[in-house]
Ligand binder design. Structure first.
Ligand code: CDP
Length: 225
């Protein structure tokens, strides 16, 4: 069967990763959470007190970062930073508050996009992020752009963090999402926007199962064609 590359882009906390994981699992494809890669770099820079603004040595710092993914015993994919499991830490507000700033730095983007393009060469992959259908794989066979209204996004992120025992107020989440939306859509390098040929899925009133079915139908049309 023909293997394709599926690019899923959209705003923070819109359910992109949920959809990407469901599609990858159903199609027996690889899933790559590119946001986790930006989060891991952010964690590394924060932990090591490294300035990312106008830092001439940033490329050397980046060369000392290795990001890998591993499936744990419960089947959940965890992100490893230089071999350490950082899956929980990269989802903290501490990282969420800085990740969009770090993701705006061109050296960081170049470093991660290169790795994403190598991984994606294999096809049979679902990649989610902000610039997958526009920059990383502009020729992806299927491009989805996922959106939802702000209240829905806030509630989803709140539940997600609470289920991981991370206590944070609704207001902090809302402010973080508003700030990141602004930073991501206005940055000079690879801003978030819908590729001309991407299909929009507004999942405000869709269950994860309904959203999955819509995306799967689209993918199967291409795979079967
Ligand atoms: O999970 P959430 O939607 O909050 O965000 P994420 O997918 O984990 O991505 C974290 C951050 O990385 C985003 O807010 C973007 O600033 C950045 N990012 C990016 O610039 N390009 C990507 N391809 C993926 C993420």
């Amino acid at each position: 069967m023909k293997k394709i590359l599926i690019a899923i882009d959209g705003y923070a906390a819109c359910g992109k990763s949920t959809l990407a994981k469901q599609l990858a699992s159903h199609l027996h494809y690889l899933f790559l959470d590119t946001g986790a890669m930006y989060r891991a770099v952010t964690l590394y820079l924060l932990d090591n007190n490294i300035n990312w603004v106008n830092n001439k040595l940033l490329n050397d710092v980046l060369d000392s970062i290795s990001i890998t993914f591993q499936r744990n015993e419960n089947g959940k994919i965890h992100c490893l930073l230089n071999g350490d499991d950082v899956e929980e830490e990269i989802r903290s507000m501490h990282v969420s508050n800085k990740v969009s700033e770090v993701a705006a730095v061109s050296a960081v983007r170049k470093f991660l996009v290169q790795q994403q393009q190598i991984i994606g060469k294999e096809k049979g992959i679902v990649m989610d992020g902000r610039d997958i259908g526009t920059v990383v794989f502009p020729h992806a066979e299927l491009k989805l752009f996922v959106t939802a209204d702000m209240d829905t996004r806030v509630q989803r992120r709140l539940l997600e963090l609470q289920s991981n025992d991370i206590q944070v107020s609704e207001e902090d989440i809302r402010n973080n999402l508003i700030k990141r939306d602004h930073e991501e859509t206005t940055r000079a390098d690879s801003p978030l926007f819908k590729a001309a040929d991407a299909i929009v899925i507004d999942n405000t009133n869709l269950t994860p199962a309904e959203q999955f079915q819509i995306a799967l139908n689209l993918a199967e049309k291409i795979i079967g064609a």
